[in-house]
Design a protein around this ligand. Structure first.
Ligand code: ARG
Length: 459
C-alpha cells in the first residue's frame, strides 16, 4: 500500500531517499501564500458553478483561510513525505476539515496549480522590484542634481578622454535603470495571466469558470490554450533575462565604485556603514558590498542559463523537469531585491571628493579636443587642427607641462588665430559647460535630463 495522495495504483512506496530527490517542499513552500489563495479562488468557483455543494465550498474556503492565517503566524509545518506545497496544503486542509477537503482538487491538476502559484509569486515580486528600482532611480537623480557642476574626467579605454559632469554620469545610470524598470513592467503583462483551469493539460469536463477564478486572484487575463498554460515558463525566462541586464548595469556601476574608492582614484569615500575591514590588515576599508553585487551578477546569469537549458527541447506539456524552474527564480528575486537596496544605500551614503575629481581633469590632456575645436571654429579644417594639437601634446609631454601652461607666444607660433581667450576655453569646467548639444554633458543638458526624470518618477 502507498499512502500518497496519488497512491491508488501503487503496490509499493518510494524509498525515502528517492522521495526526497523528487520532493520540492524544501523550496516551493515560498509559494505557500499564493498556493492557498489560488485554492480559495478555486474552491469559491467550484461552489458558485455548482460543481460542488455551496456549503462544502464554504467549508473549504474557511479551512483555507485558517491555514493562511496560521501560515502568517509561522505555525504551518510541512512534511517532505507530502512532496510539494500543493499536496502539503491539501493534507493540512484534510486534517482541518476532514474528507470534504478531497473535493478541492476537482477539475484541477497540480500542473495548472503550480503554474498559477508561479504567476502569482512573480507578479507580486515584479511590483516590489519596480518599486525598489524607482527608489534607486530617485537616489541617482538626487545625486545628479547635487553634482551638476562637479567636474570629473570622462573615460574611454579607461584613459582620460574629456571632462564631464558627475551629474551626467549619474544620469547615464538613471537611464539604464529606467529601461530595466520598463522591461519588468512589460514582464508583468506576460505574468498577469491565469493558467488555472487548464487542469492537467487538456482542460476539463466540469463546467468551470476560468474568468471567475482569474478575477478572484486578480489576474488581468487567462491563457487561451491549456497546453500552453501548463508548459509556459517564458515569463520566468523573461524575468531572469531582465534581471541579468539589471545585474549587468549594477555590476558596472559597482566596478566603478570599487575603483573610485581606491588609493589611485580617491574620487569617493564609502560610508563605514557599507564597508568592511580586514582581519589582518588594520588599515583596510574594503568596498565588499559593491564587489558582492558585481559577483552576484554571475549567479543571476547562471539562473538564466539554467532555465533556458531546462526548457530547451522539453516536449509538451508538463514534465517534472519544470520543477527546476523554481529555485533560480526565488534566488534571483531575492538577489536582485537586496542588491538594488544595497546599491541605493551605498550611493546615498558615500562622499564625493569633488576637489580630487576636478584636480585630475587639470593635470591631464583631456582639454585637447577643446583646443582642436577652437582652431576648427576659426576655420582650420578639423583634421589639420587635430594634427597641430597632437604635436603640441607630444611637445608638452617632453617638457612636462600641460596645454594650459603653454605661453601665448608659443600658441601664436602655431597659429596666429589663437588669442588669449584660449586659457578660458581650456578650463575643464568651461569645457563641460559648453558641451551643450542635446544629451551632452553641458550643465543645461544635464539639468534638462534631471527635469525629465523627475516628471517620469512622479508619473
Ligand atoms: N512540484 C511540482 C513542480 O514543481 C508540482 C507539479 C507536479 N505535477 C506533476 N504532474 N508531477 O513542478
Amino acid at each position: 500500500k502507498n499512502e500518497k495522495l496519488w497512491g491508488g495504483r501503487f503496490e509499493q512506496s518510494l524509498e525515502s531517499w528517492v522521495e526526497e530527490f523528487g520532493a520540492s517542499i524544501t523550496f516551493d513552500q515560498k509559494m505557500a501564500e499564493f498556493d492557498i489563495k489560488g485554492s480559495i479562488a478555486h474552491a469559491k468557483m467550484l461552489g458558485q458553478t455548482g460543481i460542488i455543494d455551496l456549503v462544502e465550498a464554504e467549508t473549504l474556503v474557511k479551512g483555507l483561510e485558517e491555514l493562511l492565517a496560521e501560515y502568517h503566524e509561522g505555525k504551518l509545518v510541512f512534511d517532505v513525505t507530502n512532496e510539494d506545497i500543493h499536496m502539503n496544503i491539501e493534507v493540512l486542509l484534510t486534517q482541518k476539515v476532514g474528507a470534504v477537503a478531497g473535493k478541492l482538487h476537482t477539475a484541477r491538476s497540480r500542473n495548472d496549480q503550480v503554474a498559477t502559484d508561479m504567476h502569482l509569486y512573480l507578479k507580486y515580486h515584479l511590483g516590489d522590484i519596480i518599486e525598489k528600482l524607482s527608489h534607486l532611480r530617485h537616489v541617482l537623480v538626487t545625486l545628479a542634481e547635487k553634482h551638476i557642476e562637479t567636474i570629473m574626467p570622462g573615460y574611454t579605454h579607461l584613459q582620460h578622454a574629456q571632462p564631464i559632469s558627475l551629474g551626467h554620469y549619474f544620469m547615464a545610470y538613471y537611464s539604464m535603470f529606467t529601461r530595466d524598470s520598463e522591461r519588468f513592467e512589460f514582464n508583468i503583462s506576460h505574468t498577469d495571466i491565469s493558467p488555472l483551469g487548464a487542469a492537467a493539460l487538456a482542460g476539463t469536463t466540469f463546467p468551470i469558470d476560468r474568468e471567475l477564478t482569474a478575477e478572484l486572484m486578480g489576474f488581468e487575463a487567462i491563457y487561451a490554450n491549456s497546453l500552453d498554460a501548463v508548459s509556459d515558463r517564458d515569463f520566468i525566462v523573461e524575468f531572469l533575462s531582465n534581471a541579468s541586464l539589471l545585474m549587468m548595469h549594477m555590476s558596472r556601476i559597482c566596478e566603478e565604485l570599487v575603483s573610485w574608492c581606491s588609493n589611485e582614484f580617491q574620487y569617493i569615500t564609502l560610508s563605514d556603514t557599507f564597508s568592511t575591514g580586514s582581519s589582518i590588515m588594520p588599515q583596510k576599508k574594503n568596498p565588499d558590498m559593491a564587489e558582492l553585487i558585481r559577483g552576484k551578477t554571475g549567479r543571476v546569469y547562471g539562473n538564466l542559463f539554467s532555465l533556458l537549458t531546462v526548457m530547451k527541447s522539453l516536449p509538451l506539456a508538463y514534465n517534472k523537469d519544470l520543477q527546476e524552474d523554481k529555485e533560480g527564480m526565488f534566488d534571483t528575486v531575492e538577489t536582485i531585491s537586496v542588491s538594488i537596496d544595497i546599491l541605493a544605500g551605498m550611493l546615498e551614503s558615500m562622499t564625493v571628493n569633488e576637489e580630487r575629481m576636478l584636480h585630475s581633469t587639470e593635470k591631464d590632456f583631456s582639454n585637447a579636443t577643446e583646443l582642436a575645436d577652437y582652431l576648427a571654429t576659426k576655420g582650420i579644417p578639423f583634421r589639420k587642427a587635430h594634427e597641430i594639437v597632437g604635436s603640441l601634446v607630444l611637445e608638452c609631454t617632453r617638457v612636462g607641462n600641460f596645454l594650459q601652461d603653454v605661453p601665448l607666444s608659443r600658441y601664436k607660433e602655431l597659429s596666429d588665430l589663437i588669442e588669449d581667450d584660449i586659457y578660458d576655453v581650456l578650463q575643464s569646467k568651461t569645457a563641460v559647460e559648453r558641451r551643450n548639444s542635446y544629451g551632452g554633458t553641458g550643465f543645461m543638458q544635464v539639468l534638462q535630463q534631471i527635469d525629465q526624470a523627475k516628471t517620469q518618477l512622479t508619473a
